[in-house]
Design a protein around this ligand. Structure first.
Ligand code: HEM
Length: 408
């Protein structure tokens, strides 16, 4: 069995530094797993490439009761693909993959490139805080890509800030989190109205658009998805696009401190941009962990996992495990000349069609690459004197200044 920590509860230690907590504890104990309690509940924490495979492959885990309600209701919701298993999951997942692979991901990148270039051109004099500017630009990208009719300015502003808040507040508790949940309900109501309007023919989005597709999706019983569930899935397409803010921000931070990379990427192969984007996904402190509950008992690494055991996989630590990633703290895109980007677990692991691995990995790469391309073409610099430290005690972590950029 994995060792049990002697501290009665690890909640405070985890909240103080969720990104390093599991790995540091594992290193201290010389294991890839340990047992403790979080919020009074027993939990097993695991890390490493093999742990990620065990966690994602083979239908060993589901997500029921795995996340605190505060996080679950912001990132997912009842009836979403993430709460499904088996045949129902594969069917719903195929719908996501049809939209996010095989062309849709490239279109998303193109739209973002256009929107970002246009937004920066409007702000050529003075400086901007990238973190604040990117959210609405990515929200506009998400709307255009999904085929959502142009909303009026107020509705757009409300939806863009609600989508951003779902990710920003996912690691929070109490009133801040409740406020974000309330806003998520508003977004879901708006999305459900859109679905119903498409079904009634009051709104006619382009036939191939994600909005039209999701409105047509059926459940495993062959009947159309309830509008509330289709709405949750529409939000599941829009919200993560806005979440890519963080990756674009960290990509720019990496670019700013590497003038040589700037020159090389500007004239280099498209493959170099992809390697850079992959290294951003590996290094960025985004979701620190993912939790699941055991569906059927199994044994791994000498530890017996019992039915309904609560287990947490260390995402950030696995992306910084020196056994998988030599010199893990070094930002080193050239590692992908030989390393396999599928071993990055920032967006889950396993097989994308069967397991809960994120269907948006290629789309995420296309968005980061598009962001890089726009900035490689623009004369910009980080405004001197800003606080570029990363706050790891906050989840998701944040560059303190939000990245203030000026254009020459
Ligand atoms: C900011 C970039 C992104 C991050 C950090 C991210 C992260 C993740 C993670 C960790 C999972 C696995 C959840 C689990 O195991 O329960 C996941 C699943 C998922 N992601 Fe992403 N994702 C990103 C971008 C996207 C994009 C661009 C889309 C779609 C537009 C997307 C849609 C989904 C969906 C639908 C699932 C559920 C898959 C399933 O349960 O089978 N994600 N994502």
């Amino acid at each position: 069995m994995f060792p049990m920590l002697s501290t009665p509860d690890s909640s405070l230690a985890f909240v103080a530094d969720g990104y390093h907590y599991i790995s540091r504890t594992c290193d201290r104990l010389g294991t890839d797993g340990f047992r403790t309690r979080l919020m009074g509940r027993p939990i097993t924490c695991i890390r490493g490439g093999e742990a990620a495979r065990i966690f994602y492959e083979g239908d060993r885990f589901d997500r029921e009761g795995a996340m605190p309600a505060s996080t679950f209701h912001l990132l997912q919701d009842e009836g979403s693909v993430q709460t499904l298993e088996g045949a129902a999951h594969r069917q719903r997942k195929a719908g996501f993959l049809a939209l996010l692979t095989g062309g849709g991901e490239n279109r998303m990148g193109e739209i973002f490139e256009e929107e970002l270039a246009a937004a920066l051109a409007r702000r050529r004099d003075g400086s901007i805080v990238l973190h604040d500017e990117l959210g609405p630009i990515l929200a506009r990208t998400a709307f255009r890509w999904a085929g959502i009719p142009d909303p009026d300015r107020e509705v757009f502003r409300a939806r863009a800030s609600e989508l951003a808040a779902m990710v920003e507040r996912a690691g929070s508790f109490g009133p801040v989190n409740w406020a974000a949940r309330l806003r998520r309900h508003r977004t879901e109501r708006w999305a459900a109205e859109l679905i119903v309007a498409v079904r009634d023919g009051r709104i006619v989005p382009p036939v191939q658009s994600p909005l039209a597709a999701v409105a047509r999706w059926i459940g495993d019983d062959g009947s159309p998805l309830p509008a509330a569930v289709a709405a949750v899935e529409l939000v599941n397409l829009l919200r993560p696009i806005v979440a890519v803010v963080r990756f674009v921000e960290f990509a720019l931070l990496a670019l700013a401190s590497r003038p040589e990379a700037r020159a090389r990427l500007a004239g280099g192969r498209p493959r170099d941009l992809t390697d850079f984007a992959n290294e951003v996904r590996r290094r960025t402190p985004f979701f620190p962990v993912i939790a699941g509950r055991v569906r059927r008992p199994f044994t791994w690494s000498g530890h017996e996992f019992a039915h309904r055991d609560w287990v947490m996989l260390d995402i950030y630590g696995t992306n910084h495990d020196p056994r998988l990633w030599p010199e893990p703290e070094r930002f080193w895109p050239e590692r992908f000349e030989t390393a396999d980007p599928r071993h990055i677990v920032a967006q889950g692991a396993g097989r994308v069609a069967e397991d809960h691995r994120c269907p948006g990995e290629s789309a995420t790469n296309r968005l980061i690459e598009a962001g890089l391309r726009v900035f490689l073409r623009s004369p910009w610099q980080l405004v001197p004197g800003q606080d570029l430290r990363v706050t790891y005690s906050r989840m998701p972590a944040k560059v303190r200044s939000g990245l203030r950029v000026s254009f020459r």
